[in-house]
Design a binder for this molecule. Sequence first.
Ligand code: PBG
Length: 333
Amino acid sequence: MQNFLGHFPQVRMRRLRQNPIIRKMVQAYHLRPEQLILPLFIREGRGVKHEISSMPGIYQMSLDILAEEVRCVESLGIGGVLLFGIPEKKDEMGSDALSSRGIIARGIETVKKNAPNLLCVTDLCFCEYTSHGHCGCLTEIAGRTDVDNDATLKMIQQQALVHARAGADLLAPSGMMDGMISAMRTALDAEGFSHLPIMSYAVKYAGSFYGPFRDAAESAPQSGDRRSYQMDPAALSETALRETALDLAEGADIVMVKPALAYLDILRLVREHFPGVPLAAYNVSGEYSMVKAAAQRGWLDEKSVVMESLLGMSRAGAGILITYWAKNVAEWI
Ligand code: PBG
């Protein structure tokens, strides 16, 4: 290595950094609008555009506003939107998520009608729909209340069909239930949706970076936390490889690592072990709010910090970037 690289003064690294033209010539990573996915929060009502206090610039919106929003997103050349539904009424089983007239089903129809060239991606989970705020239905296990994995799989199957029939283009299950991909695949294939791809939240850590999202989606667990189903940040990093391998074996088409910034090592690890698999990074709500807060105080330059962070995710191996800044980034590129 040392031999063929040479050393100073023959070698001067600054030669290729001296002006923008030469820097651009050797640039290796480029952000593209088509690789971006913008998360959107939808709710009932008309003319509703409610800013989330912990996420300045991000809104809960009713379907009429969604229609305008997705036309704008499409015109920016952005790849897709990721829909999260907030139902009027929540219950133990998250029934709104299972109804063909529920908020998410109508949201999907709205996106497809108004922005046919946008990929309509849907988050498949129950925490936004259940009164208890957990990602499935509850049961007693060994003296404690927990999400019932296998009963939730049946609900996920129904939910997947609701999204598929409404016209979703890509389903993104985020509940971290064991077997969720094969359960979905079986249900989808049996009903004529074998062409519909799945982007699995394969590697999703239980952590504190989802706080602002839970304000946005009104999905904070009413008791306990998500540590019995989401991953432990202190677990062996190779656990991420097992999660990924399982989801791929079950038929996932794209895998995701979430959050992004504190988990760039995990992105890299997954990238290197599964070179042929499209990989997404979710630049989550807490990552958004931290930068926004600092930028509002004049402590950080928002644009350059965001672009630098997304480049970091790209270098780590993510080809698909899910970010609340998607619209800004598309304009900045
Ligand atoms: C739903 C879900 C969550 C996020 C995406 N899908 C929240 C959670 O797991 O509590 C978080 C996204 C973000 O923080 O931006 N299960």
